[in-house]
Design a protein around this ligand. Structure first.
Ligand SMILES: Cc1cc2nc3c(=O)[nH]c(=O)nc-3n(C[C@H](O)[C@H](O)[C@H](O)COP(=O)(O)OP(=O)(O)OC[C@H]3O[C@@H](n4cnc5c(N)ncnc54)[C@H](O)[C@@H]3O)c2cc1C
Length: 408
């Protein structure tokens, strides 16, 4: 059996480990544009922060490909998938035949049209190890950095370089920071915390005109900068699958077995859609644990096993300057809010189920809330009044307790 994987990150690693649970003999070839051993993408900001290094940010040990009996073609890009001939064509013209293929190509930075962007010499995105290295070279203790985008990637970038530059200004079209994961109140708390580090925000605003070193915002505010980081979002890499004839939406369409609509071609991770059980919609859940689990599910099925990926929920665990945040699910239904000092908790319940939550500051035992969402636990089957105040296993019946513990 010849397994081929396009990509070399969380979804690809999940797939390799999934395949090897079922098949220890088949050949696995990994094709990866980036020339590096697999690394944990979220750690690129910690690299700049000085909290990790290239060795420690590896997602698996140096021995990984050898142990899993993989051929890693690092620094090679897959240019085309020929689904009829079952071959992947590389950038050097080489053809790699496959019996089962996984597309785990992730996403690429989205750069919206901005007047004058091309005039800015020192401009960067922040998605890869090479991006982080290039940014590191461009900044100095005197740099004034303008970050466009107050989402997860823009703010992680800000955290990473905060102590290494003179000034950071963040601009976003939205009226609050982290708009995709936080409500207004939660955003306010996190923004206040980040501002204490001297980072400035211009929200509800955008870059109307850029020149090298100066931006005029839509509001009329003018700002000087030395380095620009564009972090407004990402686009799933769907073109290989789409050109091969697979059905695509915002991401590559997959079923619960992580199969695409083409025979023997699977997709996983940030390039693929999965079924969000909290909203009932198929959508891209661009999160590392999701990429790994989807990849693992694909790998098991590619190798002849039988696995379903049917517990996908949006979930973010993130922190900025020591303030921890965990969010999960959908913010729909009746709301229960608790605020204590710098801690903030919001739970959303509907139809006898926990639909979602936001925890800022005190994130202990968030796994219990996550499990209630993932398992769709009926709230009248547990002591939810107790759990709402303080997540604890004692509020579950003995039987429920072992199930929750098993799924955490
Ligand atoms: C700064 C930052 C912070 C983040 N923080 C968090 C966090 O706190 N929590 C969280 O859950 N997630 C976080 N994420 C998101 C997380 O990193 C992604 O969800 C995860 O890496 C997705 O894994 P993946 O395997 O799907 O794809 P990716 O990690 O995007 O990897 C895809 C790989 O495929 C390669 N590739 C693409 N096309 C081709 C081709 N044609 N041929 C060969 N190779 C190709 C790419 O070069 C890339 O190496 C963060 C991301 C960033 C950038």
């Amino acid at each position: 059996m010849k397994y081929v994987i396009i990509g070399n990150s969380a979804a690809a690693v999940g797939c390799i480990e999934g395949i090897r649970q079922e098949d220890t003999k088949g050949s696995i070839t990994v094709i990866a544009s980036e020339p590096y051993h697999t690394y944990s993408r979220p750690l690129i900001s910690y690299l700049l922060y000085g909290k990790t290094d290239e060795q420690r940010m590896k997602y698996r040990p140096d021995s990984f490909y050898k142990e899993k009996k993989c051929t890693a073609m690092l620094g090679r890009t897959a240019e085309k998938v020929n689904a009829e001939a079952k071959k992947v064509i590389l950038d050097n013209g080489e053809e790699i035949p496959y019996d089962k293929l996984l597309i785990a190509a992730g996403s690429a930075p989205f750069i919206p049209p901005m007047n004058g962007l091309e005039k800015v010499e020192k401009r960067f995105t922040f998605l890869s190890l090479d991006d982080a290295k290039a940014l590191e070279k461009a900044i100095s203790a005197d740099s004034r950095v303008l970050i466009i985008g107050a989402g997860l990637i823009g703010l992680k970038c800000a955290e990473g370089i905060c102590d290494r530059v003179k000034q950071i200004t963040v601009v976003d079209l939205a009226d609050r920071i982290l708009p995709s994961i936080l409500d207004e109140e939660g955003s306010g708390i996190v923004q206040e915390h980040i501002e204490k580090k001297g980072i400035r925000f211009f929200l509800n605003d955008s870059a109307a005109e850029l020149t090298d070193g100066r931006v005029v915002l839509k509001s009329g505010t003018e700002l000087d900068f030395d380095v620009l980081v564009v972090a407004v979002g990402v686009r799933p890499n769907i073109s290989l699958a789409a050109e091969a004839g697979a059905e695509t939406g915002r991401g590559i369409v997959t079923n619960k077995k992580c199969e695409t609509t083409l025979p023997d071609i699977y997709a996983a991770g940030d390039c693929a859609q999965s079924h969000d059980i909290t909203t009932g919609q198929d959508r891209v859940l661009a999160l590392l644990p999701n990429a790994y689990m989807q990849g693992e599910c694909a790998g098991i099925n590619m190798a002849g096993g039988d696995k379903r990926y049917d517990k996908a929920i949006p979930m973010n665990a993130i922190g900025f300057f020591g303030l921890h945040i965990i969010t999960a699910g959908t913010y729909d239904g009746e709301v229960y809010t608790v605020k204590k000092g710098h801690s903030y908790k919001k739970l959303f319940t509907k139809d006898n189920r926990l639909m979602g939550y936001i925890l800022i500051g005190d994130i202990q035992r968030a796994g219990i809330y996550t499990s209630l969402i993932r398992e769709k636990t009926p709230l009248d089957s547990i002591d939810f009044d107790l759990i709402r105040e303080k997540p604890q296993l004692m509020a579950f019946s003995r039987k429920e307790r072992s199930r929750v513990l098993a799924n955490r």
